[in-house]
Design a protein around this ligand. Structure first.
Ligand SMILES: [Zn+2]
Length: 509
């Protein structure tokens, strides 16, 4: 790569600006007609004084992400004293640079709808997905740090991920955050007001964020991709208003409206109660994307058919029912009936109590389309706690907390574990311990994993090498995830549990 300038002066800075422009052109963040405008805006943004003509002398190989160019550019800004050397400020400067090259939200909407009409909704989504990645909104370098593997269990091949994409927090930023006044704007990370927001010490800069307006059940919602990308084309759909999650008939209508417009994506909602819901209950939203989760591949037992809807019990550690049908109104009516019945269902022998001083029962609904029509999975949830299970009766139980103590949300319900970063070190330490073959002396630092070790690593084949030891540890972690899903199931996979589950489902005919 070499760019040659006729002028003198700010050469490193100037080179990087031209590289960024080449990147933006290659990934179609802008059109040729935008070039002089973008270049001038970038000159100002970067404080570049060398505005002489330039020519490309050799081919510059376009990177997959803008990160390395942006890092070099912002480093020059820091050296020049134009940007304070703290991550939130560096981020804001970088996101601003990307925003300069990008189409406005209205242009994105126009282009999306054009592609949707002229080609297909998949072509439109592909455009929007590429834009969200190449703009740096989804930080692919960070996302690629995540660890991921499959574990074969009796419940199928479960997907295990360790989320390592969140950067370490700088203590200086933490100290400043403590002193800074909370602005309360935008109200939360899902609010539409994040689009174009410069961020502050609390909120990440979202200058390069774009949201596609969509209409669901006659209401204004927004579609975006998840900056954390937990699976392929992981998208988020959120209400334009900051309103709490609440599963009602309208929620089902919204889910079906979504798959009618985007038949290539599934869409699901987290449950609307704490402990069994996702991490954000204060802003109604769904998550979707193009991925076939383990639960979707799980086998099924046909139970009955009513009004054109076939009802199956899914062979899955959590209590999942599958509806199939071609008539969306009939599907919605069946889902609504089940939701209402489930909210009132009681079975004290199985510890299923619908209400104490507050309601405990809700569902996690997921809708997709396949060659047979609509397919909807409804996962029954209960968030009650008691003395024996203070974290939740149908929540990961204490022996597994070293692996998972957080809520089992939508993505995990479907068989994809998102495990916290703290696990990565333990995982490597466990591998090392297995290699050393001191299996009866679990060191103090790993004692919190004793339940997993006793249950799943107690009598392993002695690992021959690092890879084999790692395989054994990963297999054990995956088996714990299956146990965690069993804990979260309201009807257990025992003959008593299955019988009660089937009985409940048959009352929904
Ligand atoms: Zn919000």
């Amino acid at each position: 790569m070499s760019l040659v300038f006729r002028g003198a002066g700010d050469r490193p800075l100037r080179t990087k600006i031209e590289e960024l422009i080449l990147y933006g052109r290659a990934w179609k963040l802008m059109e040729e007609v935008d070039l002089p405008y973008v270049r001038n805006r970038l000159f100002d943004h970067a404080g570049c004084e060398d505005k002489s003509a330039w020519e490309l002398k050799a081919t510059f190989s376009i990177p997959e992400t803008p990160q390395s160019i942006l890092e070099e550019l912002v480093e020059i800004q820091v050296q020049k004293g134009r940007v304070e050397n703290l991550l939130p400020y560096r981020q804001r400067w970088m996101m601003d640079a990307m925003d300069i090259m990008m189409p406005r939200p209205s242009e994105v909407k126009r282009r999306f709808e054009e592609l949707e009409q002229q080609k297909s909704s998949d072509a439109a989504l592909a455009y929007f997905y590429q834009l969200s990645q190449k703009s740096g909104y989804m930080q692919m370098e960070q996302i690629e740090k995540n660890e991921e593997w499959m574990t074969r269990t009796d419940s199928g091949d479960l997907e295990i991920t360790i989320n390592l994409s969140k950067p370490e927090k700088d203590p200086k930023v933490i100290a400043l955050q403590a002193k800074a006044k909370k602005s309360g704007y935008p109200t939360c990370v899902l609010c539409l007001e994040n689009v174009g927001n410069g961020g502050d010490l609390q909120r990440p800069a979202r200058r390069n964020h774009r949201v596609l307006p969509v209409t669901l059940a006659g209401e204004n919602w927004g579609l975006q991709f998840s900056p954390y990308l937990y699976y392929n084309e992981h998208c988020i759909c959120f209400n334009n208003l900051h309103v709490s999650m609440k599963i009602t008939e309208k929620s089902f209508v919204r889910l079906f409206d979504f798959v009618d417009r985007f038949p290539g994506y599934f869409i699901g909602s987290n449950a609307d109660l704490p402990i069994v819901g996702g991490s954000i209950l204060s802003h109604d939203h769904f998550q979707g994307g193009r991925h076939l989760f383990p639960m979707m591949k799980a086998g099924e037992q046909f139970l009955f058919s009513a009004k054109g809807v076939e009802v199956y019990r899914v062979n899955w550690p959590m209590s999942a029912v599958r509806l199939r049908g071609a008539d969306r109104e009939a599907m919605i009516a069946m889902a609504l009936g089940m939701h209402e019945r489930w909210r009132l269902y009681e079975n004290p022998a199985l510890k299923i109590v619908a209400e104490t001083d507050q309601p405990h029962q809700t569902i996690t609904p997921i809708v997709r389309r396949d060659e047979r029509g609509y397919c909807m999975e409804i996962v029954l949830r209960n968030n009650r706690q008691n003395g024996e299970y203070p974290d939740g009766i149908f929540h990961p139980h204490q022996p597994w907390h070293a692996i998972k103590k957080e809520n089992i949300g939508l993505i995990e319900v479907m068989g994809r574990a998102i495990l916290p970063a703290r696990l990565q070190q333990d995982r490597m330490d466990l591998v090392e311990w297995l290699m050393e073959k001191k299996r009866h002396e679990l060191p103090e630092s790993l004692i919190h994993h004793r339940h997993m070790v006793d249950r799943f690593l107690d009598n392993p084949q002695i690992p021959q090498d690092f890879e084999e030891a790692k395989m054994q540890v990963d297999q054990a972690i995956g088996c714990v995830f299956e146990k965690v899903l069993e804990d979260a199931g309201v009807f257990k996979q025992t003959s008593e549990g299955i019988q009660a589950f089937d009985h409940f489902l048959r009352t929904c005919q």
